[in-house]
Design a protein around this ligand. Sequence first.
Ligand code: T1G
Length: 674
Amino acid sequence: MSVTIHRHGDILIAIADNPPVNALSAPVRLELKAAIEQAAGDASIRAVVIACAGRTFFAGADITEFGKPPVEPLLPELVDMIEGSDKPVVAAIHGTALGGGCEVAIASHYRITVPSAKLGTPEVKLGLLPGAGGTQRLPRLAGVAVALELVAKGDPIPASVAKDVGIVDRLAGETSLLDDAIAYAREVADIRPLPRASQRPLSPDPEAVAAFERANARRFRGFEAPAANIACVVKATGTPYAEGVEFERQQFMKLMFGVQSAAQRHIFFAERKASKIDGIADDVAQRPIARVGIIGAGTMGGGIAMNFLSAGIPVTIVEMQQDALDRGTATIRRNYDATAAKGRMTAQQVDRAMALLTPTLSLQDLSDADLVIEAVYEEMSVKQDIFGKLDAICKPGAILASNTSYLDIDVIAAATKRPQDVLGLHFFSPANVMKLLEIVRGAATADDVLATAMALSKKIRKVAVIAGVCHGFIGNRMLEPRQVEAMKLLLEGATPEQVDRVHVDFGMPMGPFQMADLAGVDIGWHRDPNRIESIRDALAAEGRWGQKKQAGFYDYDDRRTASNSPRVAEIIEDFRRKTGTPQHEITDQEIVERTLYPMVNEGAKILAEGKAQRASDIDVVWIYGYGWPVYRGGPMFWADTEGLKKIVEGLDRHGFDVAPLLREKAEQGGRFTS
Ligand code: T1G
């Protein structure tokens, strides 16, 4: 039974219970329909309360039903039936009333929520739109501007705001929702006419629409769903509900069967699947992490520290020199102050976070840390020395992690007598912003260490993926062939701006050369200005180290606005001549095939070697670590949509060594992702 029905005198109460988030699955819809019919057929019932057990009101339609044959009653029918009831229906909301859950609520005649509840329509984040009347009822309840924010951006709003804008009618006591809802139902039982959102008039508001579109043009670049959501809200203004909801249905179906929504739903589930570690039971005991030690207070160490401080976990941060330590702690404070200035933190929260930070020059102060993360210079001997010292200093059971981007965790672990406690925690810069965390599993890393790291990643609001030990793990390993090929394209006739434009048009936040200028052209450079063996060497030798020097592959003004560089063009031309590289007209398609297909190829090798648990993990890495456009679903999902045969043909044509797994799947008509 997904919905139990009680009577409280003359009030019928329908309580849904469909863990974990009360998704509006077919059984739930069927039994809610039965409850409304029962109330309609019983003269002694004056009103209905719809509520949910467990942790939340309906969190939406059941996404696992998408793409399968529809099962009656469909959600749009159910919500229209709720609104059409001739007895008042009160939605009693706690937790997060999202998507279809919000639509059930706004089709009800009244809404009462606990103060901690949130309401929203995040369908757009799945490449969809509220397909059960939400785009038609929300603007009628809260106005065009609020409705646009809700449906086209998808972020939920707190109950208090929902009440202010007219979506929620009443706030209940935090622990007395059902009693308050029953009392409220009695209070409104005889009020007529019943308030039906779909019957409210709604005037056009072109200024609000234009302002919203202008404010969000950059955010919506490349996405289809936001525009469809906006079109539905516009349709609701000046159009009868029946016509508007038909338009909504058409737009919904178009999105539902489009590639973008399939991609975004793929990532929704992929992100959750990534937290499952093959071969480890879900209930393996975790090690308590009450205090974290971080070695290195530079850009990475400071950024990493902020993740734990913001989660309320005390951090001892170690540097070798006082001035470096002071700079590091000052940078942390400055970053927090900048966040507070944007209104995303209060001054008290900043002070609370900073109070948890203990700067020190002594490694010995890490003796009581439960987890130590090393974030120092990317040099194996330096890391081995540090881990050898940590082995002697840290208490038994302390987890020792390296933030290395490339280096072999097993070699680092061998510098200790406790390899089972060692793993990689690879944060992405800026570490306090980027959501991706690669948890690198060493040969000896213990199960409970991995499980502890995975659970901790959630606590510090990261999306974590398990990676095996190899050069560059998952993300950076796939980045390498892309960068190598991008440099070759320059020698053969492409320009940095052409290569970058192709990537930005594809949906990446920036292209390979823009990324190099941001990260630093000098990263990994041998530092010998007389040894010029590549275009990159030539740039680095001239001090063109990227944005930080206002010159890299591009020139930059004081506001870091990039412009094409005649000097870089000369350097490239010089190298083309010196190497005698044959030139040819390079098309955008060739750039896609030679920079993105090799990434898929590398992903196939990573899978075959077992360095990633599943193809969808690779997609999660690229979405959250590098900004791969979520509407393309990640490199492996995108390869499936391109067609693996086409990818292999392209790789063969350009002379790449095609991964056996990729070729095999292409020949068998297989896919990497479901
Ligand atoms: N349907 C099916 N399963 C869902 C689900 C859903 N709507 N939401 C979550 N799950 C699963 C999830 O896969 C995971 O499974 C478990 O529940 C816990 O989720 C017509 C068309 C509610 C804020 O987009 O945002 O309504 O991994 O790990 O961090 O207009 O889940 O345990 O096997 O995320 O506490 C619109 C999506 C749907 C909300 C809870 N609704 N969900 O977060 O738990 S489309 C959404 C969330 C729609 C209508 C349209 C979050 C959450 P497993 P979790 P959480």
